[in-house]
Write a protein that binds this ligand. Structure first.
Ligand code: ADP
Length: 981
């Protein structure tokens, strides 16, 4: 038996295309040799023709595009085979015809089989095998045999068409059924199953093959053919073949079939056994049909068994997989930290997982069959409507929050859940029950509420209240025994508690050293956590020892610039367990606390500064208020912004009524202008200004004050306010005045005496002169001569002058005799004319232009002519004095008289002199006030008393263009004015 091709195929997947084609060529050659050996005489037709089966297997195993190459390569092989081994009478065209038919058969079979068996080809299923048998083993050989036989007949090699067709057809069927699967399976499945098979399998297979020989040899060889033989015995190998088919599969079956074929063939060739009884032609057909009939059911049986086995193992695998997945799912179901339950439409538990069982405080198994009401009690009433709704609508309800915090007892009391309900439906869409998912969110809820509570508890508060509230809320929320909020002092070496909470109460503020304390670590690192044994870690921290602190967490409170302001710490007597959430909560409020601490410290600083300020202000106020001096402050327009007690008392107004008044209203009208001028000077010169002036008290009395004023300079260098320190000098003034009057009086007395002496002395010579003048006139009256007329005029003038001088002396004597002023109707114009007449010569001498602007229609006044003349003379002479330094063109003196309001006549004497210093204005009418070297300082004082004796008023003003103007008024004499002249 020469069938050594299998090994070469087993390595074929690893070798290249050329190698494969070489292998195919070798196989083809070898198969040809075998086929040629298995010819049954006398026809020379091979009983088994494996050549085409091998070619089919080869085409099935190489890509279609390489087929032509493979077939081309086989042409010389075929020719060689035929030439050397076939009888020499084969014509050349027949040889090509043989090859063409072989190639045609293989190509047709391969093309038909490929879509069914795939590539690499498989014959695993019944469908594939049926297709293989019908297309490759039956149809293709049938067709090819027609072609081959036709060619043989045409070339004249054979004559009997049907006989040749049948021979060729049958010889190909069995070969295709056995060789092709053997090769294809070996290439497809490799040798792994052979290598892995246990030895006993080999032994078993060896025994079966041996059995086949043992049965085959007697059945096909030993028994003589003839009438005594039992034809049925040819089926004796069938049990063994069935054994191989059912126990070993297709490949061993093919081998076994080939063994039987070999035994039966060998015997038939040797003309032994059941297939040697008839004609050779008949024997051949019988044998071939026998082999095909044996092979076909067995091959199908193996295929079915194989398919079945594969299906079973696939089922097993998928079952295993399903079981594994189920185990996995049920493990997840049981252990998942989410409560899961399935409840049927009658609201009875079908299954629950361990997590939910624990929540429900009932073992998982005990749930089964119980209703919601039985398991959950009153709580069931709350959730049953949800289940019913899901069952009714078929729609899920997702994430409903169930708060059991209020419940004191029962499953899930004190916790918060998130529940979802999903309907479970059958294939028709009917709801079978409800899957429930229960998730505990108590911790999340609590954390949220904690934060909300603390935030709400401290939101509206500031300062110490804030810190107290914060400490209290944090203690409660984090369930810690101690909470401290501290601020650091003295360059971070000490700390003081701002707020603290301890076992539900507050502790008084304490101050402590930071050295060797966990707080020191907090300040150093920004945060410090010690979940346990903190008092062991910091043995020198006595507070920790006293308070028996075990767990500690502290966070530094920093200001916006990152400077440590303080710290916030929580402490527990047991180890601090939930460090992460404690830290998170503390961190959140540390930010707020730091901001508040920064604000508080800034506020403290401000407050202490304010207090210092207030104290110093208090001190100053006390000093100022206790003063007997008057102290006030005022703005540039005189508005008082401050007045001390003494000031208010002096003017008799309470402070609130004093502030906002203008102090100028306390000053007599005539002095106000100079007061305003003084403020202007203060503003400009910024030098302290001293002055004295009269003031009017609320009762109308006049008092005197001495003031020292200075400007207060603002940041921009401008005077913003003025301060005055004053003193009541009324008494001093009165004494001075009295003194002045005394001096004045004594001087007046002296002057009066002097004047009386002078008047007396002058009256003698004057009367002597008058007598002489009268005598001279008398003489002249008697003399005649035109030249004497001039002399007469001179003497008359002398007499008139003498009389006037005498009148003056008389009046002086009258004045000195303190005679009353004689008031008579008087024309002021006349008085002015007299006065001008008197100063005319002086004016010319001093080069001063004197001009009077009189009004002829003036009413008469009541006055004393001489006294008024004296007043005018004094004013004119003072004006001339003032213009000593004035340049010539400006030396004007104007006298203006006009009617003024209130029934008075106003006379003004205006000069262009140096003017009067404003601060002197109040003094010029005082007796003995003079700025002249030889002045008496009496002129204006006398003028004032004369005018006031006339019920008039006299005053002076500086001109805007320079110089001064002196005014006096005299009341109109209405009676005299109204009377006809
Ligand atoms: P006397 O002329 O002797 O000084 P008066 O009482 O007449 O005395 O004047 C007092 C002072 O008033 C003068 O010394 C002078 O300083 C001032 N005075 C008076 N009239 C004028 C004036 N027209 N211009 C400037 N200063 C004047």
């Amino acid at each position: 038996m020469r069938s050594g091709k299998r090994d070469s195929w087993t390595v074929s997947p690893g070798i290249g295309l050329a190698g494969r084609i070489l292998l195919v060529a070798a196989g083809y050659y070898l198969a040809g040799l075998i086929g040629l050996q298995l010819r049954l005489p006398p026809y020379g037709v091979s009983i088994i023709w494996p050549l085409n089966a091998i070619l089919l297997a080869a085409l099935m195993l190489i890509p279609v595009r390489m087929w032509w190459f493979c077939l081309l390569a086989l042409v010389p092989v075929h020719l060689n085979l035929v030439t050397f081994f076939q009888p020499a009478n084969i014509p050349i065209p027949t040889m090509f015809g043989q090859f063409a038919a072989n190639a045609f058969q293989a190509v047709v079979a391969a093309l038909a089989l490929r879509p069914l068996a795939g590539f690499p080809p498989r014959l695993d299923t019944l469908r594939q095998m049926t297709g293989f048998v019908l297309l490759a083993a039956v149809a293709a050989p049938a067709l090819a045999s027609i072609l081959a036989t036709f060619l043989f007949v045409m070339t004249g090699w054979v004559d009997d068409f049907w006989f040749t067709w049948r021979m060729r057809f049958l010889t190909n069927v069995f070969a295709t059924l056995t060789f092709t699967p053997l090769i294809l399976l070996t290439v497809a499945e490799g040798t792994a199953s052979l290598r892995n098979a246990p030895v006993r399998r080999y032994v078993e297979f060896g025994l079966v093959i041996a059995g086949l020989f043992a049965v085959g040899i007697p059945v096909f060889g030993l028994e003589d053919a003839g009438p005594k033989s039992y034809p049925a015995l040819i089926y004796a190998p069938l049990p063994l073949l069935l054994w191989v088919a059912s126990r070993f599969g297709l490949r061993p079956l093919c081998l076994a079939l080939l063994v039987i074929a070999f035994i039966s063939l060998a015997n038939a060739v040797a003309a032994r056994g059941p297939f040697a009884t008839n004609s050779a032609e008949e024997n051949l057909t019988q044998l071939q049909l026998y082999l095909v009939a044996m092979a076909l059911p067995l091959i199908f049986l193996t295929t079915v068994l194989r398919e079945r086995r594969r299906a079973v193992s696939a089922l097993q695998r998928s079952e295993e997989e399903a079981r594994r997945q189920l185990a996995q799912l049920s493990a997840i179901y049981r252990a998942t930290p989410t409560g899961l339950a399935f409840v049927d439409t009658e609201l009875r538990y079908v299954s629950v997982n361990d997590y939910l069982a624990e929540i429900n405080q009932l073992p998982a198994a005990a749930h089964t069959g119980r209703t919601l009401k039985e398991v959950l009690g009153d709580f069931a009433e709350e959730i049953e409507p949800l289940y019913r709704r899901v069952i009714k609508t078929g729609q899920p309800i997702v994430d409903t929050e169930v708060n059991m915090r209020g419940a004191a007892v029962g499953p899930g009391a004190g916790r918060v859940w998130l529940r979802s309900y999903h309907p479970v439906k059958n294939a028709e869409g009917n709801v079978l029950g409800v899957n429930t998912m229960v998730q505990e969110i108590t911790a999340r809820k609590r954390a949220e509420e904690t934060l909300q509570n603390i935030a709400a508890g401290v939101a509206a508060k500031i300062g110490e209240t804030f810190f107290r509230s914060l400490a209290e809320h944090i203690s409660r929320a984090l369930q810690v025994e101690y909470t401290f909020v501290c601020e650091v002092l003295e360059g971070n070496s000490r700390a003081r508690t701002i707020a603290s909470h301890f076992d539900g109460g507050e502790i008084n503020s304490i101050e402590y050293d930071l050295v060797d304390t966990p707080c020191e670590q907090v300040l150093r690192h920004g945060m410090y956590a010690c979940p346990r044994d903190v008092k062991v870690a910091f043995p020198r921290d006595l507070l920790l020892q006293v308070m028996e602190v075990e767990g500690y967490l502290g966070i530094c409170l920093k200001d916006s610039a990152g400077r440590a302001l303080g710290l916030m710490a929580v402490m527990t007597r047991k180890p601090l367990l939930d460090m992460e959430s404690t830290q998170a909560t503390l961190s959140i409020f540390a930010v707020r606390a730091a901001a508040e601490l920064e604000r508080k410290q800034a506020e403290d600083r401000l407050r202490s500064r304010e207090q210092d300020l207030r104290m110093s202000e208090e001190r100053y106020r006390e000093v100022v208020e206790s003063q007997t001096d008057l102290v006030c402050r005022y703005l540039a327009d005189g508005t008082l912004t401050f007045a001390n007690e003494a000031y208010c008392r002096f003017f008799g107004y309470p402070r609130e009524k004093m502030i906002g008044r203008k102090f100028l209203e306390f000053i007599p009208e005539n002095v106000r202008a100079s007061a305003a001028a003084s403020i202007e000077r203060l503003k400009k010169e910024r030098l302290p200004l001293e002055g004295e002036h009269e003031v009017i008290r609320p009762d109308g009395s006049v008092a005197w004050q001495h003031w020292l004023d200075y400007a207060i300079i603002g940041p921009d260098g401008e005077a913003i306010e003025f301060q005055g320190i004053g003193r009541d000098i009324t008494d001093r003034k009165r004494a001075e005045e009295a003194n002045h009057k005394l001096v004045h009086a004594s001087r007046l007395a002296m002057v009066g005496e002097l004047a009386a002496i002078v008047a007396h002395e002058l009256s003698q010579p004057l009367s002597a002169m008058l007598n002489n003048a009268a005598s001279a006139e008398l003489i002249l009256r008697q003399s005649i001569g035109p030249e004497l007329n001039e002399l007469r005029e001179i003497v008359a003038d002398i007499r008139e002058d003498n009389q006037r001088a005498s009148a003056s002396i008389r009046r002086l004597r009258t004045l000195l005799r303190k005679q009353q002023i004689e008031l008579q109707p008087l024309d002021v114009n006349d008085v002015i004319a007299d006065a001008l007449h008197m100063v005319n010569g002086e004016a010319v001498r001093r080069r001063i232009q004197v001009k009077a602007e009189c009004d002829a229609d003036l009413p008469l006044v009541r006055g004393d002519r001489l006294h008024l003349q004296q007043v005018l003379l004094n004013l004119i002479l003072n004006g001339m004095d003032a213009m000593d330094a004035t340049l010539k063109p400006e030396r004007h003196l104007r006298i203006h008289v006009a009617r003024s309001g209130n029934g008075t006549i106003e006379v003004a004497v205006r000069d262009a002199g140096q003017g009067i210093p404003p601060d002197m204005l109040p003094h010029i009418f005082q007796s003995f006030y003079t700025t002249k070297r030889e002045g008496m300082g009496l002129g204006l004082s006398i003028a004032k008393s004369i005018i006031e004796a006339h019920l008039g008023r006299i005053w002076a003003e500086n001109n805007s263009t320079g110089g001064a103007t002196f005014y006096f008024t005299l009341p109109v004499d209405h009676e005299a004015t109204a009377a006809p002249p």
